[in-house]
Design a protein around this ligand. Sequence first.
Ligand SMILES: NC(=O)c1ccc[n+]([C@@H]2O[C@H](COP(=O)([O-])OP(=O)(O)OC[C@H]3O[C@@H](n4cnc5c(N)ncnc54)[C@H](O)[C@@H]3O)[C@@H](O)[C@H]2O)c1
Length: 282
Amino acid sequence: MGNNLLQGKKGIIFGALNPDSIAWKVAERAHEEGATLTLTNTPVALRMGETKSLADKLNTIVIGADATKVEDLNNLFIESMEVLGGKIDFVLHSIGMSPNVRKERHYSDLDYNYLDKTLDVSAVSFHKVLQTAKKLDAINEWGSVVALSYVAAQRTFFGYNDMADAKSLLESIARSFGYIYGRERHVRINTISQSPTLTTAGSGVKGFDRLLDFSERMSPLGNASAEECADYTITLFSDLTKKVTMQNLFHDGGFSNMGMSLRALQQYEKGLGLDEDEHKFD
Ligand SMILES: NC(=O)c1ccc[n+]([C@@H]2O[C@H](COP(=O)([O-])OP(=O)(O)OC[C@H]3O[C@@H](n4cnc5c(N)ncnc54)[C@H](O)[C@@H]3O)[C@@H](O)[C@H]2O)c1
């Protein structure tokens, strides 16, 4: 049930592919909290995914845009302002993709064209979104922009590959742009570093089921779900967090500050998963 935290606010949500997507849950929660919004995804995702059915449910439209293409982003902001009847108050960047991960390229044998694509889709697109919005002056004062990150930006995780580099860059863009957009327009920019979550993008990571289990055992509060991530995101879009900007905010049940937990130690003692060829996919 909503608390009208986003009553009267207008938003754009990137990345709702199917009901597992974190962006899907955020869009549903934002709607529940009284916001109006547009949804966007790539033309391919719109053909393969279920974004349109979410739009119907939320009584809105989907605007196709490849987030690496500035022209698409321009259209997206202009059309969204037309449809929603004014400037935007919140934006969710929930986009990630690595061809190196998809093709199981080892981190010491990356394809550099793929790496360019990983960085462009998963990180530089965030800069493109922000720069486009700023040039169009499309975001209201005290608006809020959130992108989704992962703790592999700070620490090395088996199998996360070049997405770790993309997340580091994403978090850096939030800081660098957060300074400028905050100073000039009071727009705040943050990243949420979310627990591993079972989604289409998440399950592309090698050994994802074991990562989920490990992270659940390590986190005193357990893994954060996509629904819980949506709740947290809503607080950042709301006026209750107006002075929070340029932060990478961990939403991970405490995982990022743990070294070893009793539950993980007990499982380790049982010898689970020690036979993997550790050089194959890291
Ligand atoms: N699932 C996890 O374990 C987890 C953990 C931490 C952070 N995240 C991050 O959360 C975000 C959302 O991922 P998800 O887990 O909900 O998976 P998802 O697969 O549901 O969402 C990824 C989205 O990115 C979109 N996308 C890909 N290329 C694009 C492009 N060029 N332009 C616009 N959109 C594009 C896809 O169509 C898809 O909708 C990603 O940034 C991901 O890295 C996920």
